[in-house]
Design a protein around this ligand. Structure first.
Ligand code: KG4
Ligand code: ZN
Length: 333
């Protein structure tokens, strides 16, 4: 195995251009994220073609900036990791093309990384990382999953959402509340000011065995409540968030006790949610378990998690061939 490993990571799966440099011995040297939110806001959602075009515009300047901060020249970089999927086809192709082309030009290997593997390894970038095996609760805009992580690369999906992802439910409800796109964080902020005893939202699927989730019913309940009580936005946001948080907490507790695992890793955009973090901390301490989150900026999409996951994959001896191809739908297991 190589003793020196310094990986350039590129994330372009959706509407964030993320770039980072992770060194196996020195850790994370630099990272930067450019968010396209302002571009897509007017359309109320991500416009794939505009996302691709902006990744093309932003990638090389960001790479140059991150290389400068990491005091690295192309000669110092030993490999390139890019997000190969899942995500938007065109957006993924930008990162794959740039990553493969730089690898070709610099004569170094490249590796295509699974976006959700990146998310679930993000807490590894913290000073006190979790150790394997662990239970991962992945909560993003596109996925909601409970995963048994035996070791690096070994993922067993215990349960997932049968309809909307939790971030998607946050975003759709936020839109109905007039909070813009993506509105998850804005909804969370509004919920903090709401009355928890005003509206009681359903907790879907908690009476059923198993670890699957369903969030479209909560979203529909929110839509109906908003039409009936348009003046009660903060209280509705609070009821909605409490239902989501409790559902995720109950299922995570069950998965911990049925697997016997004592380590819970929470990652993906919604893991930034303060109420969720508090509820999972409280549950874990009752269960004698420990819970790990990424730092705030690495909850949502970023290049650091891709650089880290790529480094781990390179250490397992993996690398791409020269073909450029991406996997917009790519199961994690
Ligand atoms: O992981 P991520 O950046 O992108 C995907 O891979 O999907 O997750 C983005 C999602 C969005 O749905 C966003 O609204 C949600 O994470 N989000 C939040 C919060 N911050 C971001 N949802 C609830 N509370 C937050 N504080
Ligand atoms: Zn993501």
């Amino acid at each position: 195995m190589q003793s020196e490993m310094r990986i350039l990571g590129l994330e372009t799966s959706c509407d964030e251009t993320g770039v980072a440099i992770f060194d196996k011995n020195e850790g994370l040297l630099a990272h930067s994220v450019y968010s396209q939110t302002d571009i897509h806001q007017a359309y109320g959602g991500v416009v794939p073609e505009l996302a691709s075009r902006d990744h093309i515009r932003k990638s090389l300047p960001l790479i140059k900036e991150v290389m400068r901060v990491a005091k690295s020249t192309p000669k110092d970089i030993t490999g390139i990791a890019y997000t190969k999927g899942p995500g938007l086809n065109g957006a993924l192709l930008v990162g794959a093309s740039i990553g493969q082309s730089l690898g070709f030009a610099w004569d170094i290997p490249t590796i295509g990384v699974h976006h959700m593997e990146g998310h679930l390894l993000a807490p590894m970038l913290e000073p006190e990382p979790p150790s394997f095996p662990f239970l991962a609760l992945l909560v993003s805009g596109g996925h909601t999953m409970l995963v048994y992580v035996g070791k690096m690369g070994s993922y067993e999906i215990l349960g997932e959402s049968v309809d909307d992802a939790v971030g998607e439910a946050f975003d759709k409800t936020a839109k109905l509340l007039g909070l813009g796109y993506p509105g998850g964080a804005a909804l969370a902020a509004l919920a903090e000011t709401g009355n928890p005893d005003r509206f009681y939202f359903p907790r879907p699927m908690i009476d059923r065995p198993g670890f699957d989730f369903s969030f479209s019913g909560i979203k529909t309940f929110a839509a109906n409540t908003i039409s009936a009580h348009p003046e009660s936005k903060a209280d509705i946001a609070r009821g909605f968030q409490d239902a989501i948080v409790e559902t995720l907490t109950i299922k995570s507790r069950r998965a911990l006790s049925s697997t016997g695992l004592k380590t819970l890793v929470v990652a993906g955009g919604v893991s930034a949610n303060r109420a969720l973090r508090e509820a999972l901390h409280a549950m874990a301490s009752k269960e004698n378990a420990k819970v790990f989150f990424p730092r705030h900026e690495f909850c949502t999409d970023n290049g650091a998690m891709i650089a880290y996951a790529g480094c781990a994959r390179f250490m397992m001896g993996e690398r791409d061939d020269l073909s450029i191809h991406v996997l917009p739908r790519w199961p994690l297991a």
